[in-house]
Design a protein around this ligand. Structure first.
Ligand SMILES: [Zn+2]
Length: 223
């Protein structure tokens, strides 16, 4: 019988909003827009623009013409695409039960484990692994899966469904029909439904078939 003992070490989950560069593009574009708007009338009015002195310090002597490329050059390296696939508890979460046949760990539990069990302290943030649409959610936790959410995704041309079970009562952060991004909060790790201790039961189906989430996630999100 697997025991879901939570480790003392918290699992690092990086909220999507903290991903380097997120949101900066908007600032850069706003600057470019205002520079162009301010610069155009001045150029139209001057028939013969005066020669510009050699630029020695771009921060102090940059001309209006140069401002556009200056902003783009400065901002481009800082803009990083958010990861397409993330681990629901971060890449370091311990695994207490693997995918595949098993003896039922509790009355009502399945003998073929259709997902993996990840352990972390109760209340740890559970993140959506990919961007997608919530297709099922139960905040009351009346079934074996307890409080859960199920999310449908498109990834590499395949239909992918992820499921997050045993979430804490009152923690469900998404509703059916809601669009989520990879890394968005689904809820908090809990012990609802048929569960022998706080853990996240995570399922992954590709084109309608349950697959082992471990190698699938490792190949795409690292581990
Ligand atoms: Zn499980």
């Amino acid at each position: 019988m697997p025991r879901h003992r939570a480790p003392t070490r918290p699992s690092p989950v990086v909220p999507r909003a903290l991903v380097a560069g997120a949101g900066r593009r908007g600032v850069a574009l706003a600057l470019i827009g205002s520079a162009a708007a301010a610069g155009s009338p001045a150029h139209a009015a001057s028939a013969a623009p005066p020669e510009r002195p050699a630029v020695t310090d771009p921060l102090q002597t940059v001309a209006a013409d140069d401002f556009r490329s200056f902003v783009i050059t400065r901002e481009a390296p800082a803009v990083a695409a958010p990861p397409a696939v993330v681990w629901p508890l971060g890449p370091d979460a311990d695994i207490s039960d693997f995918f595949g046949p098993r003896s039922a760990p509790a009355p009502g539990a399945s003998t073929f484990h259709r997902g993996i069990d990840l352990v972390a302290p109760e209340g740890t943030v559970v993140a959506a692994s990919l961007a997608g649409t919530v297709i099922a959610a139960d905040a009351r936790g009346t079934g074996a899966c307890g409080v859960f959410a199920e999310i449908a995704h498109r990834h590499d041309g395949a239909s992918v469904v992820t499921k997050y079970c045993h979430l804490q009562s009152g923690s469900l952060a998404v509703a059916e029909g809601q669009e989520v991004r990879a890394g968005d909060i689904v809820g908090a790790l809990g012990n609802t439904g048929v569960s022998t201790g706080p853990h996240l039961h995570f399922e992954l189906a590709v084109d309608g078939r349950h697959v082992d989430p471990l190698p699938w996630l490792a190949a795409r999100a690292g581990r």
